[in-house]
Design a protein around this ligand. Structure first.
Ligand code: SAM
Ligand code: ZN
Length: 190
């Protein structure tokens, strides 16, 4: 809300309730910095040692409906097919809403996925936090499990480099299905 330019005293008025912003202000964190990543594009690195359990940064973004999220995902797929920049930035927030973190104000959007991540994404009272799931050394790249479902596994090859990398970005809980699928494909080729 803009402040009035006038300095003349005005009688106190009851304040109108502030609109709830659909976009939270920029999240800042002294724990991290963004930089080029060996996994993909830009990544996020610890600039100091980060203890286990630290809320490192909030994943901020625009709160959107599921229908809008689907529309944006369809646009993203078109961009991907055309070879344009097509990062997934939409997070499931709850049953009705998602959060699109594509804004430059959201440094957490640079955090890449790993099959052996050092962070997790926790939804706490309607806000998404990136939390350290172990002690993280200075200079380590921060990662979390994107938790993608199995359905579109082939769309998301994984380059996390972990020794137990599943090969595709699929959430840990669904990875057994991916492994079964890949085993089946290997057998069919023999
Ligand atoms: C929110 S962005 C993460 C930041 C991204 N590196 C960048 O430069 O903007 C998510 C996208 O990064 C890429 N990505 C993240 N983790 C990856 C991984 N382990 N392997 C391959 N690509 C990954 C995928 O293209 C994904 O859609
Ligand atoms: Zn991986």
């Amino acid at each position: 809300m803009k402040r009035s330019a006038s300095r003349s005293p005005v009688p106190a008025q009851p304040r109108a309730p502030r609109p709830v912003p659909s976009f939270r202000p920029a999240a800042r964190s002294h724990w991290i910095r963004a930089g080029d990543s060996g996994i993909h594009g830009r990544g996020v690195y610890a600039q100091v040692p980060i203890p286990d359990g630290t809320r490192v940064i909030e994943y901020v973004g625009e709160k959107i409906t599921k229908a809008e999220a689907e529309r944006r995902e369809a646009q993203r797929l078109i961009a991907e097919r055309e070879g344009r920049d097509a990062c997934v930035t939409i997070f499931i927030l709850n049953q009705r809403h998602d959060l699109d973190g594509r804004s430059p104000r959201n440094t957490a959007r640079f955090i890449n996925h790993s099959c052996a991540p050092n962070c997790r994404a926790d939804t706490i009272r309607g806000r998404i936090w990136i939390v350290a799931r172990r002690d993280i050394a200075e200079g380590e790249e921060l990662t979390f499990d994107y938790g993608y479902g199995f359905k579109h596994w082939a769309r998301h090859p994984c380059r996390c480099g972990a020794s137990r990398c599943a090969g595709y970005i699929v959430g840990a809980a669904q990875r057994w299905r991916l492994r079964r699928k890949l085993r089946g494909q290997r057998r069919a080729k023999l």
